[in-house]
Structures are given as structure tokens and as C-alpha cells.
Design a binder for this molecule. Sequence first.
Ligand code: HEM
Length: 217
Amino acid sequence: MQASQTVGLHQGLLRRFKALSLHSLAKPLVFVLAMLPFVYLLWSAVFDQLGANPAEALVRSTGDWTLRMLCVVLAVTPLRVLTGNPALARFRRMLGLFVYFYVVLHLLSYSGFDMAFDVTDIAKDIGKRPFILVGFAAFVLLSSLALTSFNRAIKALGAKNWQRLHKAVYLVAGLAVLHFFWMRAGKNDFAEVALYAVILAVLMGWRMWRYLHKNRL
Ligand code: HEM
């Protein structure tokens, strides 16, 4: 294939991708895709398919899906810029709210199965186990982002302050990896943690590079 044909194919694919992201069914489709893990977990719980320790399986898989959704939401801007497709920005809020949805499920599974919803025990555990404290700090930050993700909050805060506040998602990513790392440290099992750390480092590194490049530092 000649270079001009490759360029033509590449541009054709990008055009198709743009048209797809503007399609009226694109948002409902992304919604359904993001709900699939939840539906699968619910199905597995109802039909007793969660293995020998269903409670642990639920706490862990909701934690995994929180982290995966966080990676997806942080990939939106690089993908938008690199493909020159501004329409991708319209999926960001929904995907961000899915991060929150999965972290709430994660927190509820932990609070319900591990702690029997005993607030005093949960507070003690947060003070006792550093990895729980770090996860909880990430949850508090995510709550502030979810609560201010609506148009009225953006208006009330002003665009600049809103943007500044929503940069906290980078801190959430750091805390999420630390939470996962700390949890696995006891088991000396870092392969998955390293994978997520590399993905998030690439997504953050791209932003850093872009910032330095824009400001010509
Ligand atoms: C952004 C916030 C959070 C993220 C991204 C996150 C992510 C994760 C991940 C990836 C795991 C490991 C799953 C696995 O082994 O495959 C995990 C485990 C766990 N997380 Fe979180 N988590 C968050 C917040 C929280 C909060 C708020 C709590 C409770 C207060 C919590 C409690 C736990 C517990 C108890 C485990 C399982 C530990 C075990 O089975 O030994 N996490 N979390």
C-alpha cells in the first residue's frame, strides 16, 4: 500500500469515528457498555456465580471496575486531542459519574459485607488500615467531583474554579494506585498494580508533556 493510500485510509477511519461519536445512539451505547460490568456482577450474585467467597469477589471486582473506569475517563481527553474529535468531550461527564457509581458500589460492598454497616467499626478500620484510609480519601474527593458535575454547579463555581477543582481527579488516580499497591503489598503481588500504574502514568505523562509544550518550558 502506498503512503498516500495509508493516509487516506487513516483519514477515512478518523472521519467515521467522528461521525460515530456524534450519532444520536452513541451516548446510550456508551451508557449500556459502562453498565455491563454491573449487570454481570448482579447476574453472578443472583445466580451464585461469584465463587467460594462472594463477598470478597464483590468488594474486589467493584474496586477493579472503579479503577478501570478511572482509566477510561482519563483517556477521553488524550483520545479527543489525538484524533481531533471534539465530540468525545460529551462522554466525559457520564463516564466520570460511572467512576462514582462503581466506587459507591465498592464502598457499599465493603461496608455491608466486611463491616455489617457498622459506622463505628468502619471509622476504626479507616484509622487502622492505611490502604482503607487512602481509598476513603479518594472516595471523598470523588464525591466532591460528582456533586459538582452538573451545569448548575459549574455556573455557581465559575468555569475557572470548577476546572481547578476537577483537576483533583489526578490526585484520585494517584490515591487509587496507592490504595491498590498497599492492599497488594501484604501479598507481595504487584503485577496488576504495575499495569494500572503504567496506564495512568502514560495518561498523566501525556498531559504533562502537553502542558510543558504549550507553555514552551
Ligand atoms: C477511587 C477509590 C477506590 C478505588 C479506585 C479502589 C480500587 C480498589 C481495587 C482495584 C482493589 C483491589 C481489587 C483486586 O484485588 O482485584 C480494591 C480493594 C479493596 N478496597 Fe478499594 N478502591 C477505592 C476506594 C475504596 C474505599 C473508599 C474503600 C473503603 C472505605 C475501599 C476498600 C477496599 C477493600 C476492603 C478492598 C479489598 C481488600 C481485600 O480483599 O483484602 N476502597 N480497591
